[in-house]
Design a protein around this ligand. Structure first.
Ligand code: SF4
Length: 515
């Protein structure tokens, strides 16, 4: 079991730090479709740089290392209790080593267990089979995309698409709608797994199961193959693009599976996965616990260092249209009011992290530091403390901002905060507050945790660490931290614009296609 534990540790580290080949190829294909100089191209170049850095540093691709989910097939007679224990030990070790963020929170008390263990965490599912080796597959699926999963109960009425009936065409509409409703909030461009049939829980299970298929495989069911192809072609016409910035690629992969159902129920379940699609697998020798073979290794690999050189050449020819502005924090109202949707900003100076717990806290308490003119960064970083007690940032990309919508506007006004950085955009209440108070929302590139960790030059302090590492307020000094203005102080929101235009585009798919 010692060897098996070591093998599981290797699988966890590799999954968290290195994207599989099929996913890398899908990202490069997306990059080739975007015109240089656009926001989507800039976002994809940052993503490519981030993948390269994660490869080189053996550090988490994204700071949200998700809910570890293991799917294991074992020959008859293998001791599953011991395997479970070994996996839990490997998870705790990988967390201690900064390869996973402590992500397991008590649902009632809010307390973070600190080691990624807890009731039901990690998820480990066993199945027996006739083969003579153990097959272990792992997916690390973050919260931003998990929150965009959706389940439809047919028949139903869908925004933009009308009625979805209990047939293949109804299923088609549900899948297109699932991509539309995710917008950029699940860190598009994404991959979807679709489960047709089952009940509410087995439907989602089937949808997630599809995410274990290779991006390049071909569905053996001809009807589903055609549907997958149709979705890939047409979902990319919605114009949501990378991070919801608009663009040619919204979807990187679509895999559909079907199972039986009872006559009264007809569910279509969709599991949405971000571009940081971390899933890998290994074949294990049941006698020794050694890794015999790594899975998902077919096809060509992508050298992201070369891809970046190409992107830089193209961008230098074509960067003319985008306004680039350097900001030195703290910011004045005048500076902020000059910013417009679409501007690319490069930030130097201080920023303070704050997510769910901090926002709730600030509503009823004073801030631990003077936030006047400051920038709040929606981020739950992976941090490691060295032997001298100094903190180091291991991964620090943005988290989904919309969760802070009930608080954000009030908190900006109460403390004089001028800018908020996050991903996926915010709603009408925040937009109104930005206008009234003189504030701006900056969309960082979701999942680019290594890229942003590199922009952080020092950790100047931390407050409210009792909320746990991801939820504490970290004081970060940054250099050349790049983000895009997506909501400004003039009432403009790129998120609103993209949502509106993608809804119009969605409506063109209203007529039946599959009879
Ligand atoms: S890339 Fe985005 S959605 Fe995916 S885990 Fe990271 S923050 Fe979450």
């Amino acid at each position: 079991m010692e060897k098996f534990q070591e093998s599981m540790y290797q699988l966890i580290v590799e999954t968290s730090t290195k994207l599989p080949k099929d996913v890398r190829r899908a990202i490069v294909r997306a990059k080739a479709r975007e015109n240089a100089g656009t926001r989507a191209a800039m976002a994809l170049t940052t993503i490519a740089g981030n993948i390269k850095m994660a490869d080189e540093n053996v550090s988490p691709i994204c700071q949200d290392t998700g809910l570890p989910t293991f799917k294991i097939k074992v020959p008859v007679g293998v001791n599953q209790i011991k395997m479970k224990e070994a996996i839990r030990n490997a998870i705790a070790q990988a967390t201690k080593d900064g390869k996973l963020r402590p992500n397991s929170v008590d649902s009632l008390t809010g307390e973070n267990s600190g080691d990624n263990l807890g009731d039901g965490v990690p998820v480990i599912k066993f199945e027996q089979w006739e083969k003579d080796y153990i097959d272990v597959r792992l997916i690390l699926k973050g919260g931003g995309c998990e929150n965009k999963n959706i389940q439809y109960s047919l028949p139903c009425e869908l925004e933009g698409l009308g009625r979805a009936g209990r047939d293949l065409d109804g299923i088609r509409k549900c899948i297109l709608h699932a991509v539309y409703q995710a917008q950029g909030q699940g860190c598009s461009a994404g991959f979807i797994g679709v489960g047709i049939g089952g009940d509410r829980s087995s439907g989602y299970e089937l949808a997630k199961e599809q995410l274990f298929r290779s991006v390049d495989d071909i569905n053996p069911n001809e009807e589903l193959r055609q549907l997958e192809e149709y979705i890939m072609e047409n979902a990319n016409k919605l114009g949501i693009g990378t991070m919801g910035f608009g663009g040619e690629t919204t979807l990187l992969g679509c895999k559909i599976g079907a199972m039986h159902r009872i006559p009264a129920s007809f569910f279509v379940s969709v599991a949405y996965n971000c571009w940081a699609f971390r899933r890998l697998g290994v074949k294990i020798n049941p006698e020794t616990g050694d890794i015999q073979e790594w899975l998902y290794q077919e096809g060509e690999d992508v050298d992201f260092a070369k891809e970046l050189e190409k992107a830089e050449e193209k961008a230098s020819v074509n960067m003319g249209e985008t306004r680039e502005i350097v900001l030195e924090a703290p910011l004045t109202e005048e500076q902020v009011r000059q910013l417009k949707v679409g501007d690319v900003v490069r930030i130097n100076g201080m920023m303070y992290t704050g997510r769910d717990a901090i926002h709730k806290y600030l509503m009823d308490h004073d801030a631990p530091v003077d936030l006047n003119g400051q920038i709040i960064y929606h981020c739950g970083p992976v941090m490691l403390k060295d032997e001298e007690g100094k903190w180091h940032v291991k991964a620090a990309g943005p988290t989904t901002s919309i969760r802070e919508e009930p608080y954000q506007g009030d908190i900006m006004k109460k403390f004089g905060i001028r800018a908020v950085i996050g991903k996926g955009g915010m709603g009408a209440k925040t937009l109104a507050a930005l206008k009234e108070h003189g504030g701006v929302y900056l969309n960082a590139i979701g999942g680019a945790a290594q890229y942003y960790a590199d922009c952080i030059k020092s950790v100047e302090g931390v407050d409210l660490l009792e909320f746990g590492i991801p939820e504490a307020m970290w004081h970060l000094k940054v250099e050349n931290f790049t983000a895009v203005v997506t909501m400004d102080s003039h009432g403009n929101s790129l998120h609103e614009d993209v949502e509106k235009s993608s809804l119009e585009k969605l409506a063109q798919f209203k007529e039946p296609v599959f009879k």
